[in-house]
Design a binder for this molecule. Structure first.
Ligand SMILES: Cc1cc2nc3c(=O)[nH]c(=O)nc-3n(C[C@H](O)[C@H](O)[C@H](O)COP(=O)(O)OP(=O)(O)OC[C@H]3O[C@@H](n4cnc5c(N)ncnc54)[C@H](O)[C@@H]3O)c2cc1C
Length: 535
């Protein structure tokens, strides 16, 4: 017999399989010896009170053989000789789109400007240590896209429905821990993502698809307003090639500014959209743990024996706009995510164990067209230019002056309370941001529409989480790539660009996703739309 149960247990009990069995047996008025197997279906933490509880949804097998382990392996067909579809970008949208294309019987030709996950590591080391940004291989560009060297959070605030279960199972089929299927807030971690991404690439190649790295798409081949292929610049040998296909899944992410510029220069319709910018804030993880787990800093180590590094999610309406936490990374590191020299962009990552002593999060403000009126001469690119100007401001505020060399990734920073009190910080706390931070008056440097709202937001967050507004915390600027400032329009049914047949704008860069899971879902959706267009 099988039965489902909801249990509310202590963190210690949740970590002890035998104890879970005892509690389940008590509730079912049976003996533990009758329970042959317990499967955890969902796990979440309830830390609203001092008495922290773990909610478990479990399936119990009573006097019944445990089921054979489920296999998440997907049988892809051999697509070697099938209709080719060009997929530009090997981020979550491109990779999941390519896998779905193969399921649908199409041959994906994935084109990625960046390097393989392995080769990309050297460029990340160069940004962190030598402060040198390779515009084709960095935290945003390269195999796996912006999601590879991230926290790997696999939950989405998106209300758009998609097959999240399939996305998570595809990650598991490629080597992710099965726990991501049961956790309320699953995450993978930077140390584990690269192998999973490599396995996805191998699946594509083993089943007849193609993956080309160091291959930068520089133009679209169009005939009578229909896609016929793309022109690529091979970065390793500096040659140009054409790749021909009637369908292109354009999944180049929100940092591919040259793609937005290319579309605009070819009079292919793009639109400005609402996005968000702000700063990254970093606290000692122990401080956040003591606030979230309702204990003194001295008790944190004991609490953490059975609980993960804690996270938070904060939001406030300030002067008519949302100020909110974004991509919170418990036990994480602030990453230098610029995609070109001469700009500073922050984001965050964490390893699977989330065991660094810092907790960082983007805190951002919604940006509306009225904020970037000054840039209106740039038409649909106005928001992008505003974003670019802020990144350049941060680069200069980091103390970098040599415009010609454009070297340097030192970021401007300020203690949190000093920022709120309009005071330049005379000292800065240690921070995880590897290239280094420099004290700067961010309260003056950030445009008022962002800075003032952030100040109000931080004050409110300090009321919601007493102790959050601390001078042990530091803000680092700027968090500018939370979402795309551009939308590439598409027909709601065919998902093709309204003016260009065969062009499928996809993922975060096109404005249809925000995060790994929603980008992956959008990749699948576009792949299904491509299949639909052939029926
Ligand atoms: C450091 C960091 C941490 C993050 N942490 C998380 C997290 O924990 N959870 C989460 O949900 N989200 C996280 N994000 C956001 C998430 O990574 C993105 O939302 C997601 O990757 C978007 O997927 P995408 O496929 O649409 O685009 P991208 O991942 O941006 O992929 C686009 C790809 O296209 C390639 N490309 C661009 N232009 C061209 C061209 N002209 N020719 C060929 N290739 C091109 C790029 O090199 C890139 O690989 C993080 C982002 C960063 C930077």
């Amino acid at each position: 017999m099988k039965q489902e149960l909801q249990l509310v247990v202590s963190p210690e009990e949740a970590a002890n399989e035998n104890r879970i069995k005892e509690i389940a047996a008590q509730q079912l008025h049976t003996n533990t010896t009758n329970i042959s197997y317990i499967k955890i279906l969902k796990r979440s933490i309830d830390a609203r009170s001092r008495n922290i509880k773990i909610n478990l949804k479990i399936e119990i097998f009573i006097n019944e053989q445990p089921p054979s382990l489920p296999s998440y392996k997907i049988n892809y067909q051999d697509v070697t000789n099938k209709v080719p579809v060009i997929v530009i970008g090997a981020g979550p949208a491109g990779l999941f789109g390519a896998l779905q294309l193969m399921e649908n019987g199409f041959k994906p030709i994935v084109i990625e400007r960046g390097k393989t996950v392995k080769d990309r590591r050297r460029d990340l080391a160069a940004i962190n240590k030598a402060q040198l940004v390779n515009p084709h291989s960095n935290y945003c560009f390269g195999e796996g896209g912006a999601g590879t060297y991230s926290d790997g959070k696999l939950y989405t605030r998106s209300t758009k429905r998609g097959d999240i279960k399939k996305i998570l199972e595809t990650f598991v089929a490629h080597g992710a821990d099965e726990n991501i299927l049961i956790e309320a807030h699953p995450h993978i971690g930077t140390n584990k993502l690269p192998k999973i991404i490599e396995a996805m690439r191998q699946t594509i190649i083993n089943n007849g698809g193609e993956v080309h790295f160091n291959t930068h798409v520089i133009d679209l081949i169009l005939k009578n307003d229909a896609i016929k292929g793309v022109i690529c610049h091979q970065l390793e040998n500096n040659t140009t090639t054409e790749i021909i296909a009637d369908s292109v899944l354009l999944a180049t992410g929100h940092s591919a500014r040259d793609i937005f510029e290319l579309l605009h220069s070819k009079n292919i319709l793009i639109e400005g959209k609402t996005f968000a910018m702000g700063v990254r804030v970093e606290h000692p993880q122990a401080l956040i743990d003591s606030l979230q787990y309702h204990c003194t800093p001295n008790e944190v180590a004991h609490k953490r024996e059975y609980l993960p590094a804690s996270s938070y999610s904060l939001v406030h309406q300030a002067m008519g706009r949302g100020v909110y936490s974004f991509c919170m990374c418990p036990g994480g590191i602030i990453a230098p995510c610029a995609t070109a020299p001469g700009e500073i962009v922050t984001n965050g990552w964490s390893p699977s164990k989330r065991n660094n002593p810092y907790a960082n999060s983007g805190i951002v403000v919604t940006i509306e067209p009225e904020d970037y009126k000054k840039f209106s001469e740039h038409g649909p690119l106005a928001g992008l230019r505003y974003q670019q100007a802020l990144e350049k401001m941060a680069w200069k505020a980091g103390g970098q002056t040599n415009e010609k060399e454009s070297l340097g990734q030192i970021a401007p920073a300020q203690r949190l309370q000093d920022f709120v009190n309009n005071k330049l910080s005379t000292t800065l706390p240690d921070a995880s941001y590897q290239p280094g931070i420099r004290s700067a008056p961010l309260h003056e440097l950030l445009p008022a529409e962002i800075g003032k709202r952030l100040q109000i937001g931080f004050q409110e967050f300090g009321k919601k989480m007493s102790g959050y507004l601390s001078n042990d915390a530091v803000i680092v600027g700027v968090e500018s790539r939370t979402s795309s400032p551009i939308r590439i329009p598409r027909d709601v049914t065919t998902l093709q660009h309204p003016k260009i047949k065969g062009l499928y704008p996809c993922g975060e860069g096109a404005g249809y996703a925000g995060g790994i899971v929603s980008a992956a879902i959008d990749g699948q959706k576009c792949a299904n739309a491509i299949a639909g267009s052939f029926i």
